[in-house]
Design a protein around this ligand. Sequence first.
Ligand code: PXL
Length: 310
Amino acid sequence: MDRNAMPLTFPELSELSSTRKLRRQVIHQGLLLMKRILTIQDISCVGKCSLTVALPVISAAQIETCVLPTAVLSTHTEFKGFTFCDLTNEIDPITKHWIQEKIAFDAIYTGYLGSFEQLALVEKLIDDFKTDDNLVFIDPVMGDLGRLYVGFDQAFADRMALFCSRADVLVPNLTEASFMLHTPYIESGYDEKYIDETLEKLLDLGPKVAVLTGISFEKGQLGVVGVDSRTGQKISYFRDELEGRYHGTGDIFASSALAALVRERTLNDAFAIAANFVADSIQATLDNPQARLYGVDFETALPSFARQFA
Ligand code: PXL
């Protein structure tokens, strides 16, 4: 059987056995209960990234989106003079309330996390809510284009590498991978062997699936390459590269890929859907001079993304 054609790469998501699985598959008043994702990251009020992307994108795939905001910023950190209100102290009481209420999630998705303490608290949260049949999806948001975002350093990347051991699916870009693995950042000119070796090193951190974003083996082609350690299955999707790098596209990619996985697309299909959605969002933005900082107009591409899950 063609591995890429495997119907469901996380078959656990469609099984029904224990009470914790109840909410997903139980027929309730004639309706299949909606899937539920918890996403844990900051909310940057302006700049279209993190929660302001995850919420609309995941909801558009008809999945309930629960949020644990880890900080409120006036803008993302590429703007100058942003404000920052840390919500670390809320993580534990919020978690305890959810445990009390026996709330369960089909997936836990982490993005930008701002401190060592947050990483430790979110590890505990994952341990509390992880089951045999839900999915931990980690986007180790720390940097791009060879440099770390403001506020991060090598020590944080080292701690993030430990955090990533809890991932079922890990989706770094090459910058984040190089900091976590202590390998030099290579912007272009690498070959497939280099990417395969990088993926193997990422798998050594502990995730089941590792996917590198923003990969280009030939000029004009941009895509994603990944591997599923459980089957050896390669994930690969490329399309014509659009000019320009924009802020927030990593969050659009991660949110849409996870949404597609939770809606039971195969790994290859989910990452192709996400890459196409990012490309369509960039296409819709090409004439917007503010987009580099303010983020791409993914809203324009959202209806066609959503139609794939109707
Ligand atoms: O898009 C990633 C991201 C998320 N959250 C904050 C950021 C960034 C990237 O700069 O600053 C606060």
